[in-house]
Write a protein that binds this ligand. Structure first.
Ligand code: SF4
Length: 443
């Protein structure tokens, strides 16, 4: 169980030396109890106290990292149940599963397509994270050969991290040899094979999925695996159906965060059977999601959903302020103004780009807020717009000094005239969708 601030305080030197940046040891202890700082902040903790405090200082959900050839997928270290409480940190890794009974050329083609898939969402490139290989018949005489061949086929076309799926330790051992030196994931340790699987995972620096049909059994298994000296674990609470998996995922998260129940303080892996189940797993609370096929129409909404859920709600997605060229503008093309909130920028840029009309798009630094929000917060006013016009040397690019304000901030036009003498200030439409018509008719 987690120690309280007072219990932690009793284990600290109590000298109030302030070297940790806090005025007293008690203040440090309170922050440590709230998991807002790390124990290493105090250089004077004795080894005996460290051992007692380590458990309390550890994150409630262990950080698990898969690595391979420069790629990294992290899950865990989450501290809240709901995104609006703070933020979710590590986006669940999206993996595509292949089976080793498929022809290696088919495997290569599938993996290459998924590996190359990338889509741009509000200026951010979104990609899939890795591949899972399943042994289709793990008791067959050629199981080891087929599994190894499938993993080798993946490595010919992708260097992303892998998850190796088989309950047969001999098959897993062969797979681990193919990706030796990487940090893959092994699936799975159960009540029968956990000891052998744990040894293999430890030997190859792999993390291991532990699966069981009840949370009690799952917690018991993680304790057993931990007794083997392996802490890099991921949970697979077996529970078919949306409702059952939602319940299990929520219980695990709640036990880890609210009760500091270490035996279930690990990320969760999910194998959703359809898009809806995958969306649920991303939202609640999988750290790894394995899809049984790759299709752009499935990958795109899941990547976007993941991006939106794992964006810090307190930090809007921003684009770089500057003067952007749309459709190769000429000196006589109009200058449109907007803010650097990503969605606002892309709404305006996409509408104008789609119309084929050339324009200069002046993006002001509004701390990532949309037009109306920024205006209300005093981050998008005549002074800031004028500063951007001067800072980005807009006058040097255009022959007609004409600037178009978003319709929502028509009220700024008078002030902007004073800030930018000699400029023709126009008020554009309120919505980006009406910009092309406005440009055609009035500019
Ligand atoms: Fe106390 Fe350690 Fe901070 Fe010094 S550095 S005030 S001993 S907690």
């Amino acid at each position: 169980m987690a120690l309280s601030g007072i219990q932690i305080y009793k284990l600290l030197p109590q000298t109030n030396c302030k070297e940790c940046g806090f005025p007293t040891c008690l203040a440090f202890a309170m922050k440590l109890a709230a998991k807002q700082i790390e124990l290493s902040g105090c250089p004077y903790v004795t080894e005996a106290s460290k051992a007692q405090l380590a458990e309390s200082a550890a994150p409630p959900i262990r950080l698990i990292t898969l690595k391979s050839n420069g790629y990294e997928v992290k899950a865990g270290n989450e501290v809240v149940m709901f995104r609006h409480e703070k933020t979710f940190y590590n986006k669940p890794g999206l993996f595509i599963k292949v089976r080793d009974d498929e022809d290696v050329e088919v495997i290569k083609a599938k993996v290459a397509a998924a590996d190359a898939y990338t889509t741009n969402y509000v200026g951010i490139d979104l990609v899939l994270d890795g591949f899972a290989v399943e042994s289709a018949n793990e008791s067959a005489t050629d199981a080891v050969a087929k599994f190894s061949a499938a993993i080798s086929a993946i490595r010919e076309v992708s260097h992303r991290p892998v998850i190796l799926i088989s309950l047969n330790p001999a098959v897993i051992a062969a797979g681990l040899r193919v990706v030796d030196g990487e940090h893959p994931m092994v699936y799975a340790a159960n009540s029968q094979n956990w000891a052998e699987m744990a040894d293999l995972a430890k030997q190859h620096q792999a993390s291991i999925v532990v699966n069981a049909v009840s949370l009690e059994e799952l917690a018991g298994l993680t304790e057993k695996v931990k007794s083997k000296g392996l802490e890099e674990m991921v949970l697979d609470p077996i529970g078919p159906g949306l409702s059952r998996s939602l319940t299990l995922h929520t219980q695990i998260r709640r036990l880890a965060l609210k009760k500091n129940f270490r035996a279930l303080g690990y990320p969760i892996i999910a194998f959703p059977e359809n898009a809806m189940a995958a969306a649920q797993a991303i939202a609640k609370y999988a750290g790894f999601v394995v899809l049984d096929r790759f299709a752009p129409e499935l990958a795109y909404p899941l990547l976007v959903l993941r991006q939106n859920i794992y964006t810090d709600p307190q930090k809007p997605i921003q684009v770089q302020p500057g003067l952007y060229e749309i459709n190769a503008p000429k000196p006589e093309s109009p200058v449109l103004v907007t803010t650097n909130f990503s969605i606002t920028y892309f709404s305006v840029a996409n509408e104008v780009e789609g119309s084929g009309l050339p324009a200069w798009l002046l993006v002001t630094d509004a701390e990532g807020m949309s037009v109306l929000t920024a205006w209300a917060a005093g981050k998008f006013d005549a002074e800031r717009i004028a500063k951007a016009v001067k800072g980005f040397n807009v006058a040097d690019k255009v022959s007609i000094k004409r600037i178009v304000l978003p319709g929502h901030v028509a009220v700024l036009s008078g002030e902007l005239e004073s800030e930018l003498p000699g400029w023709d200030i126009r008020v554009g439409p309120r919505e980006a969708v009406d910009l092309p018509k406005f440009m055609k008719q009035t500019l």
